[in-house]
Design a binder for this molecule. Structure first.
Ligand code: FAD
Length: 251
C-alpha cells in the first residue's frame, strides 16, 4: 500500500504528525499497514526532503473515504486516505534516517512495476487464447474466421508483441532477483507490456465482432481492466520520461 503526501510533516519529540490526503489507494480499507512517503524537510528540494514511514492503518487520525466507481478492476477498491494530525512514532521511519526514505521505497515501486509488466503478459496470453478459441469456432463465409488472413494478422501481431513484452519483463526480473534494480529496463518493461496488453485486448475484442462488445463476454472485462495498467505505478508518459532521461545521459 503506497501513500504519498506533498504536505509538510512536523516532528514533535518522539513523534511525527502527518497531515495530507492521497487519492486512489488500492484496497485501503483492507490494509493493515500503509507505506507513507512524506516531506519532512521543506527546505530541501527533491528526494532528500522526503521520508518514508510504515504506518499502522488503525492509528487515530487516519480516515478512509468513499469508494469511487471505476471503469474496470471492480474486484478492488481505490478510495482516498486522509491523514489528520496522525501521530506516528519515529520508529516507523523506514531506513531509520530522516530524508532517506525514498531509496527503500523505490525498490518497492520497481518491484510493483515489474509485477504490473508480468500481469500484463499473463493477461495478454489469456486474451490471445480466448480470441483463438472464438475464431476457431466462429464460421463466416463457410469457414472459421481463424482461417482468414486479416484475422490471422490480428492474432500474430498480438502474439509477437506479447512474446517481446515477456522477454523484456523476464530479463529485468532476473536482474531484480539478483539484487540489481535495472530501473530503465523495468520502466521499459512496464511501459511496453502495459501498452501491449491494451492493444491485445482491443484486437481480441475486434476478433469477436459484436460478441466482444457484450457485457457478459470475458474479453469485455479484460478490455476495461487492462486500461489501468497504463496509468498506475507511473503512467506511460512517466516511464517514457524515466527511460529518455537515463539513456540521453548514457549515449
Ligand atoms: C484504480 C487506481 C488505483 C491506484 N492505486 C494506487 C495505490 O495503491 N497507491 C498509490 O500511491 N497510487 C495509486 N494510484 C495512483 C496512480 O499511480 C496515479 O493515478 C498515476 O500515477 C497518475 O497520477 P495522477 O492520477 O495524479 O495523474 P497526473 O499526474 O495528473 O497525470 C495526468 C496526465 O499528465 C501526464 N503527466 C503528468 N506528469 C507528467 C510528466 N512529468 N511528464 C509527462 N507527462 C506527465 C500523465 O502521464 C497523464 O497523462 C491508483 C490509481 C488508480 C486509478
Amino acid at each position: 500500500m503506497l501513500y504519498r503526501s506533498k504536505h509538510l510533516q512536523k516532528k514533535d519529540g518522539e513523534e511525527y504528525i502527518i497531515n495530507g490526503t492521497k487519492k486512489y489507494i488500492t484496497n485501503a480499507p483492507y490494509a493493515d499497514v500503509f507505506l507513507v512517503m512524506a516531506k519532512t524537510n521543506p527546505d530541501i528540494d527533491g528526494s532528500k526532503g522526503i521520508s518514508s514511514f510504515l504506518v499502522d492503518s488503525n492509528l487515530s487520525g487516519i480516515e478512509i473515504g468513499e469508494t469511487p466507481k471505476m471503469l474496470g478492476q471492480k474486484g478492488s477498491v481505490s478510495p482516498e486516505v486522509y491523514f489528520k494530525n496522525c501521530r506516528v512514532n519515529k520508529d516507523a521511519l523506514l531506513g531509520e534516517k530522516e530524508g532517506e526514505g525514498l531509496k527503500p521505497a523505490l525498490r518497492g515501486i520497481n518491484h510493483a512495476r515489474l509485477h504490473v509488466a508480468g500481469t500484463c503478459v499473463g493477461q495478454a496470453k489469456r486474451l490471445i487464447k480466448e480470441s483463438i478459441l472464438f475464431a476457431n469456432n466462429r464460421i463466416q463465409f463457410n469457414k472459421p474466421i481463424s482461417q482468414m488472413a486479416s484475422v490471422q494478422n490480428l492474432i500474430s501481431d498480438s502474439y509477437s508483441e506479447m512474446l517481446a513484452a515477456e522477454a523484456l519483463t523476464l530479463s529485468a526480473a532476473k536482474k531484480f532477483d539478483k539484487g540489481i534494480i535495472p530501473e530503465t529496463e523495468i520502466s521499459s518493461a512496464k511501459y511496453y507490456a502495459s501498452e501491449m496488453v491494451s492493444k491485445v485486448a482491443d484486437r481480441s475484442l475486434q476478433i469477436m465482432g459484436g460478441a466482444g462488445y457484450l457485457e457478459d463476454n470475458v474479453i469485455t472485462r479484460f478490455y476495461r481492466d487492462t486500461r489501468l495498467f497504463r496509468l498506475y505505478e507511473g503512467t506511460s508518459q512517466i516511464q517514457q520520461r524515466n527511460i529518455a532521461r537515463k539513456i540521453i545521459k548514457e549515449i
